[in-house]
Design a protein around this ligand. Structure first.
Ligand code: NDP
Ligand code: 8X3
Length: 258
């Protein structure tokens, strides 16, 4: 039996990309799942799809906008008994809009990025970690980014949110150092998901241009690392992992085939 068999994994942003791929891979390990995102229909489809080949796991799909602290608290309080005790929290929900220079970024866009990428992660963690402390077991896996290590022009607010994830992850790890709870961060470079389509507000051509001339990571590449991180023995914590496609060296250093 694998180490993750029968564990309960709570994933934010499970309706696409890295979150969805993680759900599928945790299911293969025999984990029970709490799938959350705003698009409930996508979660229901994912649940139905996973359930076809994994009959013995329990899946709870529930609508959750992580910008809304009340919703977070309600969803966590009302978890069905089968998934009430969360073993692994994957704080994955996140987004970026635009590439405007700082002086042009609209207030609503600033608010949306801060509320989703920082406050959502904070309030989910606050809702779930106290029970992990009571149970003396648990793992928080935050999805950071190269954007949380290195700022770039046109990414000021998004980078700020991912720098915040980096800081929060480190502070939480220090605060929980005398507990069995593990705190990890996985920081991808370029991953071809809906991320760029959201960034360019549906402009597929602009989104595809981001990956032109190189082979980007795919969601499964990061999902594998999330599951690997969760599956280490209880005394092993992968604190921070920075992951690029082979032709990316940092935020702006990318080799593209001519
Ligand atoms: P996707 O756009 O494919 O997935 C983002 C997920 O976040 C979706 O499931 C979306 O669901 C969810 N989400 C967005 N806003 C909210 C919200 N307010 N409440 C709840 N869920 C929300 O992108 P990725 O899979 O690539 O992104 C996952 C994480 O990886 C993000 O944190 C991103 O910053 C990070 N990342 C991505 C990289 C990349 O190049 N793709 C690189 C580095 C980090 P819904 O719309 O249904 O709510
Ligand atoms: C996403 C990576 O470089 O597009 O976090 O900001 S980047």
């Amino acid at each position: 039996m694998g180490r993750l068999q029968g564990k309960t994994v709570f994933i934010t942003g499970a309706s696409s990309g890295i979150g969805e791929a993680s759900a599928r891979q945790f299911a293969k390990e025999g984990c029970n799942l709490v799938l959350t995102a705003r698009r409930l229909e996508k979660l229901e489809q994912l649940k139905a799809d996973i359930s076809k080949s994994h009959l013995n796991i329990f899946i709870h799909a529930v609508k959750l906008d992580v910008r809304d602290k009340k919703q977070i608290d309600t969803v966590v309080t009302e978890l069905p008994a089968q998934v009430k005790d969360v073993d692994v929290l994957v704080n994955n929900a996140g987004m970026v809009i635009g590439t405007d220079p700082l002086i042009d970024v609209k207030e609503a866009v600033v608010d949306q990025m801060l509320a989703t990428n920082i406050k959502g992660l904070v309030f989910l963690t606050q809702a779930i970690v106290p029970r992990m402390k009571e149970r003396e077991t648990g793992h928080v896996i935050n999805i950071g980014s190269i954007a949380g290590k290195q700022a770039y022009a046109g990414g000021s607010i998004y980078c700020a949110t991912k720098f915040a994830v980096d800081a929060i992850t480190k502070a939480l790890a220090i605060e929980l150092v005398d507990t069995p709870i593990r705190v990890s961060q996985i920081c991808p470079g370029m991953v071809n998901t809906e991320f760029s389509t959201v960034r360019f507000q549906g402009d597929k051509e602009k989104a595809d241009n981001v990956y032109k001339g190189l082979q980007p990571l795919v969601a499964d590449d990061i999902a594998e690392l999330i599951v690997f991180t969760a599956g280490r023995p209880a005394h092993v914590n992968i604190a921070d992992m920075l992951v690029f496609p082979v032709n990316q060296a940092d935020s702006k250093t990318v080799y593209r085939r001519p």
